[in-house]
Design a protein around this ligand. Structure first.
Ligand code: ZN
Length: 120
């Protein structure tokens, strides 16, 4: 399983975006901390096999994603979320969903244990 995110400090953040969004040191600290939380949630999901717990952790990821948008000075908007389809055990198409980032569209697969579990 590969992750696009990585643990690290400010140096892993996009300097152009920091400048464009006029982020303060406090914002940056907040963003770095949120990335740490994201990493932790991904690790927990990686080790998790129970569908309901995976779905709960996916909700945690979504909430972190909202907080990241706020920390970056963006509106809270799921159209721009890109972590939900990268979480461990998600089988939804990554490249298609990257194409849909910034739109209202998204695509899930029927077998995904997190986004489209089999009916019980
Ligand atoms: Zn999925």
């Amino acid at each position: 399983m590969t992750h696009r995110h990585q643990e690290g400090g400010r140096e892993t953040l996009n300097p152009l975006l920091i400048k464009r969004q006029n982020r303060t040191d406090e914002d940056i600290e907040n963003i770095v901390e949120l990335h740490g939380e994201l990493h932790k949630a991904f690790d927990e999901m990686e080790a998790e096999t129970e569908t309901e717990r995976l779905q709960n952790l996916a909700i945690v990821v979504k909430e972190i994603e909202f907080r990241l948008q706020e920390a970056w000075g963006f509106d809270r908007n799921t159209d721009w979320h890109s972590w939900w389809f990268q979480v461990p055990h998600c089988t939804c198409p990554v490249l298609d969903n990257w194409d849909y980032v910034g739109t209202r569209l998204s695509v899930t697969t029927g077998g995904c244990p997190i986004h489209s579990p089999d009916p019980k």
